[in-house]
Ligand binder design. Structure first.
Ligand SMILES: [Zn+2]
Length: 410
């Protein structure tokens, strides 16, 4: 027995010696069987990642994979992880961070103690885990970044006459004002939210189940889960975070209620297979506006009022309409309330935006965080009227959210 131990120690010593000599003199590395198997596993995973990335460049392949394999995966994973009450992604992300930091520290310690082979193995394990996660993520979420556009019901044309645009604005403002009256207001002037967090999640989930039924979308409607570390999220300026591998729609539990509604609706879009940010915003807008629920509609208007003003900013006098059709004061008060809340919490937004931008660019979204907003396209044509005055006629190509509103009111 002693002889065996001695032999093992000797082998280990010789192995370490070989590794040390290699780093010092740049000579040939002697790789053990275990290390070889680990490197082979890593190589296979990297190769598979390359194949997935090549598949991802073809949108027809992405569409097919999303509608079949990913849809099936989300159906199973969604039901599995929904049983757990807490946000599994949050726990996994925390364990990952601890694992990677712990692994790197262990690797450095082993290296310093002349256990070069073990030090390398720890790093290879970290690399294997990272590439495995990347493979899973590309499969469940990456393909959806290059699939067809989501079939959200919109106004048939991208353009509308000035009359239609102005009438849509008036109808929307009147609807917003009556929605606030219906909800009632808190003493500070914001509309009353009639729901608890749990009820709000269920109301939005129910709206998705009724309104998002096209085969394009994943069948499973996720459950929204509050993120325990919402304070950290808020400091980075993050409102919500979806993780398709666990089919969980996470949201910041501390932020204003009206923003929880629009955020949960946005995150649900991701778990339904709509990964591009502008489309997730558009699907959320469609569901909130068409839900028939006053508070969800209120949340829609709060988020998208800026797009409604575009209806009266061109070819007419905007002042006339803002004076004659004023927006309920709840809009201004609620916006201010949200702005103040974020001012008190998001002191590291620059860092949050940097990583979000990087993530989106890695998913092939050239505009990064700029991809959240689809702007309408506006150009002007100069003409001279009978009195010799220059008049500009604007042509507007409305964006998806404006076309959702045009469709809703016309
Ligand atoms: Zn998003």
């Amino acid at each position: 027995m002693d002889e065996q131990i001695q032999q093992c120690e000797q082998e280990q010593y010789l192995q370490e010696k070989a590794a040390q000599t290699d780093t010092a003199d740049n000579k040939k590395v002697k790789i053990s069987g275990t290390t070889f198997v680990m490197l082979l596993t890593l190589g296979v995973l990297v190769l598979w990642l390359c194949i997935l990335l090549i598949f991802r460049t073809n949108s027809a392949v992405c569409e097919r994979i999303c509608r079949t394999l990913v849809n099936a995966y989300v159906s199973v994973a969604g039901r599995f992880y929904s049983v757990v009450g807490f946000n599994v992604f949050e726990v996994l992300a925390t364990l990952c961070v601890i694992g990677v930091i712990g692994g790197i520290v262990a690797s450095i310690v082993l290296f310093c103690k002349k256990y070069g082979a073990y030090s390398r193995r720890v790093l290879i394990v970290i690399a294997i885990a990272a590439v495995w996660v990347a493979n899973l993520y590309i499969f469940v979420a990456g393909f959806a970044y290059n699939r067809e556009r989501a079939p959200i019901p919109v106004y048939e044309s991208k353009t509308a006459s000035t009359e239609v645009a102005v009438n849509t604005y008036i109808a929307a403002i009147e609807d917003f004002n009556s929605t606030v009256e219906q909800l009632g207001t808190y003493p500070d002037g914001r509309a009353i939210c009639p729901y608890t967090d749990k009820q709000l999640r269920e109301v939005i989930r129910d709206a998705y189940e009724r309104l998002v039924t096209d085969d394009y979308y994943f069948d499973y409607t996720a459950k929204a889960k509050p993120v325990i570390s919402s304070g950290i999220m808020a400091s980075f300026g993050i409102m919500g975070i979806s993780f398709v591998p666990t089919a969980e729609a996470g949201y910041n539990k501390d932020m204003p209620m009206v923003e929880k509604a629009s955020t949960i609706a946005h995150e649900f879009a991701h778990i339904h297979g709509v990964m591009r940010e502008d489309e997730a915003n558009a699907l959320a807008a469609y569901v909130l506006l068409n839900s028939g629920d006053p508070y969800l509609k209120y949340s829609f208007y709060l988020d998208n009022m800026g797009f409604l003003f575009t209806f009266i900013c061109y070819n007419v006098d905007p002042n006339y309409y803002t004076v004659n059709y004023p927006t309920h004061s709840a809009y201004r008060i609620e916006k201010e309330y949200c702005r103040k809340w974020w001012d008190e919490h998001d002191f590291m937004t620059v860092v949050g935006n940097f990583f979000n931008d990087l993530y989106l660019k890695l998913q092939g979204q050239e505009d990064g965080t700029g991809s959240y907003v689809e702007l309408p396209e506006i150009d002007g044509e100069e003409t001279v009227d009978e009195e010799g005055n220059v008049v500009i006629n604007y042509n507007i190509m409305y964006n998806t959210i404006q076309r959702i509103v045009l469709d809703y009111y016309n």
